[in-house]
Structure formats: C-alpha cells, structure tokens
Design a protein around this ligand. Structure first.
Ligand code: FAD
Length: 411
C-alpha cells in the first residue's frame, strides 16, 4: 500500500474536526482532514450556544460564520401546558458571548471546513477511514479514496472527529455505556409559515416544548433565517415505538398531542420527509491514548436537550490543540490532566442538568413563577454553554446546588 506521512491527521470534517484543523494550522502544523461524505451534507445539531462563538473566533473562522447569514439566536424559550418561560443569554452570570446562531448544518459544516482549507489544511472529501493501527510508534490509518484506491496515512498524531461513527472507540474497543436510557429523536425541516411577530414564537430563540402529559418527552422548534424550522421530538425509544407509519406520520401524530405546538405549526408546510435517530448517547473509557485523542461526539455524547453537542465538540478541539502545541514544542503533556479531565468537567456539568431535566426537577426550577434574578443568571450561563466557568456556583457545585434549588422550587 502507498503510505503518506503527515503531522496531524483528523478523521471527519464536522465541527470538531474543522475547528481543530483551524487551530492547528494557526500553530503552523501540517494538517490532513479526511471526510467520508461529499459536503454539503445533512447533519443534526442545529442550535448553537454562545459559548461556542469563543472557539469559532479562536480558530479564526468568525467572520465567515457571521457573513454566512445564519439565524441570530439570543436565548431559549420553554413551554409546558400553557406556561412559558424564556432566558435571554445576554443576561447571564458568566462573561463572554451572549448571542449565537441557529444553523443548517449542511451549510455551517461546509463554512467551517472551507475555513480550515483557507487556513491551509488539506481536506479530502469522500475519503473514508476503514482501519486504524495505534500500536506502532505512530498511528496509521487505512483509507479508501473515491476512485476505490486503498492507501495508508501515518501521522505523528491522530484526532478522531468522526462523530456518531465513533471510529476509534469502535475499532479500539474503547466504548462504555452512557448511563442514560435509550432515547431517540424523530425530526424534519418544515416551511413553518408562522406569522412574523407571533407572540408565541420568538425567532431569535430555540423553543423547547414539554409534552403536556409526559415530562420526559419534549420537542424542539429551531427557526432558521429562511422561513424554515427544524422540528423534532425526543423520547425514550419505547415511547416512539408506539407510533406507526412513516417517520413524518409519526412525528405529526406526536406533535398533534401538544395543542400549543400543533397550533403554532398549523400552517406549516411539511415538505421534507422526517427521519429517526435512536440510541445516540455514548461514552468511552478514555478520551485519549498514545498519539491519539477523541474529539466531539467520537468521545462522549449526552443528550440533545441543552444543545450542548457542538459546543462540547469545539471545546474538545480547543483543549486538544493546546495540548498539541505544547507536545510539538517538546514538552511532555499529561493528556488526562490537560485534556480528559478538563473536557469531562464541563460535560459533567451538562450531565447533571440533563439528569435533572428528565427527572423533572429542572423543569420545576425554570417554570417557577418567582425566580431569584441572580440565580436565574447563573442558570442562564449554563444554558448559554458556560459549563466550564467554575466561578459559577451551579458549575462548581452543580449537583448540590441544583438539588437545593429544586427543593426550594418544590415548596
Ligand atoms: P459530526 O458533526 O458528526 O461530524 C463527524 C464527521 O465525520 C461527519 O462529517 C462524518 O461524515 C465523518 N466521518 C464519519 N466516519 C468517517 C470515516 N470512517 N472516515 C472519514 N470521515 C468520517 N448539538 C448542538 O450543538 N445543538 C443542537 O441543537 C443539537 N441537537 C441535536 C439533536 C439530536 C437529535 C442529536 C442526536 C444531536 C444533537 N446535537 C446538537 C449534537 C450534535 O449533532 C453533535 O454533537 C455534533 O454534530 C458533533 O460534532 P462532531 O464534529 O463531533 O461530529
């Protein structure tokens, strides 16, 4: 087999891969990014958090993202049985960006990958990684090119940013259970035809609607800048299995159970077949190994409820590239201390909130009629993605603080 040599090889050109490529190019590293698909391609995960803007900026990709014309986003709205509450991300405890975007991922991921290329990374589409060998001095991967040629790439360092494909966790048997029950989502894009200025729908916010009878079933409505919305429902797979028919018929039936959401979408044009994804929560025994690290979803994926996936993917890219900068400068890097643990710290903050969401406690907190403004700003920070800001008590002591607050809100 023909063998190529590069400094850094990245598997996958999703948000994690492209931002890592940009950051590493800014350090002057030689980067090759291999992507199985032809871009633009569909992906789920469309509502960004303000914290993610910091990493887009750090990677030198901010102008391109701003100029792409995505839907401006300044917060999150929640609805349950006629009650509504909303958070404005600009009014939050942590410093940093208070606004972001809601993005069609086909376009967004293409913008980021093009930016990685502009910064000097080599990007090859329709090159699929088939096998990985990390036992030698340097990692080697086997790749199939679009014309069917198989070749090898040897790299000084390998970043797995393959998302739900989870190339390294699967091939190296690093997978571990996620701890969450098996949930799934059914989703589509619609032309929403919601009248402009409708009081029930602020296009600058994601809308999360809780099912009127089941607290652990929820819907997302994510407006885009072109009059369309991403619409989806999340529930345990056994709940979704009750609904027969095409994915579109099933999604319509479940949306029909929430009169407020069904009313909001009464004039929607369902022009795109819905899809289902199940069992997406995943974890790994280790986020790194000899000359490799796992980024984004290739590492851990929790749950979509707080739209944290892309932010975590970017954070992993940022931490890993900082470690690589030191490693290439000749320092010995402790990847557990400087990559695995700091990444997991924020993921664990989100986990605590995700658990509280499904147990119902977090809903008691956000729908409480008399919230304390300072506490609400701290909660708002988490919803804006600032899950690594340990000056926020709801980060530093997340479990204890949430439990106390839940009790206060239940009284
Ligand atoms: P990906 O975006 O999945 O990119 C991985 C890339 O690797 C893909 O382009 C793939 O083609 C490529 N690849 C795979 N295998 C190979 C191979 N063998 N060789 C070469 N290339 C390969 N996140 C949010 O931030 N906001 C949301 O609102 C949100 N909603 C979600 C809703 C649902 C139902 C789900 C399941 C997830 C949601 N997420 C959301 C999470 C989000 O989708 C992911 O966290 C995010 O896409 C992870 O980015 P990534 O770069 O790690 O992986």
């Amino acid at each position: 087999l023909r063998t190529e040599h590069v400094e850094i090889l990245i598997i996958g050109a999703g948000p994690a891969g492209s931002v890592a490529a940009g950051l590493l190019r800014k350090q002057g590293r030689e980067v090759l990014m291999l992507e199985k698909e032809q871009f633009p391609r569909f992906s789920i995960g469309e509502s960004l958090l303000p914290q993610s803007m910091e990493y887009i900026q750090e990677a030198g990709m901010l102008q391109a993202v701003v100029e792409a014309g995505f839907q401006y986003k300044n917060g999150a709205a929640f609805a349950r049985g006629g009650h509504r509450t909303q958070f404005d991300f600009r009014d939050k405890f942590s410093k940093g960006w208070g606004t972001t975007y809601q993005v069609q991922r086909a376009d967004f991921d293409k913008v980021l990958a093009d930016e990685a290329e502009r910064l000097g990374a080599a990007v090859r589409y329709r090159h699929e990684v088939l096998a990985v060998d990390v036992d030698g001095d340097q990692p080697r991967v086997t790749v199939r090119s679009p014309d069917g040629e198989t070749y090898e790439v040897q790299a000084r360092f390998l970043l797995d940013a393959s998302g739900f494909a989870r190339i390294l966790p699967r091939l190296l048997k690093l997978e571990s259970p996620s701890g969450f029950p098996a949930r799934g989502a059914i989703f589509t894009h619609v032309r929403d035809n919601i009248p402009p200025g409708s009081p029930a729908f602020d296009r600058n916010k994601i809308l999360i609607s809780v099912h009127p009878r089941h607290d652990d079933v929820w819907y997302w409505t994510i407006p885009f800048s072109n009059g369309r919305c991403s619409l989806g429902v999340v529930a345990e797979t056994k709940y979704l299995e009750q609904y027969a028919g095409t994915e579109t018929e099933r999604l319509k039936a479940i949306v029909g159970e929430d009169p407020d959401l069904a009313g909001l979408l009464a004039k929607a044009d369902w022009d795109t077949p819905a899809r289902q994804i199940v069992g997406y929560s995943a974890n790994v025994k280790s986020l790194w190994g000899k000359n490799y690290a796992l980024l984004g979803n290739a590492g851990e994926f929790l749950d979509p409820v707080f739209s944290s996936g892309v932010t975590i993917a970017f954070k992993s890219a940022s931490l890993a590239s900082a470690c690589l900068q030191r490693q290439f400068a000749g320092e010995t890097v402790d990847w557990e201390a400087d990559y695995g643990r700091p990444l997991r710290a924020g993921v664990d903050t989100f986990r605590c909130f995700v658990e509280a969401w499904y147990a119902g406690g977090f809903q008691k907190i956000i729908f409480h009629p008399n919230p304390t403004p300072d506490i609400r700003r701290m909660i708002c920070s988490i919803l804006a993605g600032y899950a690594w800001d340990t000056s926020n008590p709801y980060v530093a002591e997340n479990k204890r603080r949430l439990a106390v607050l839940e009790q206060l809100c239940s009284a």
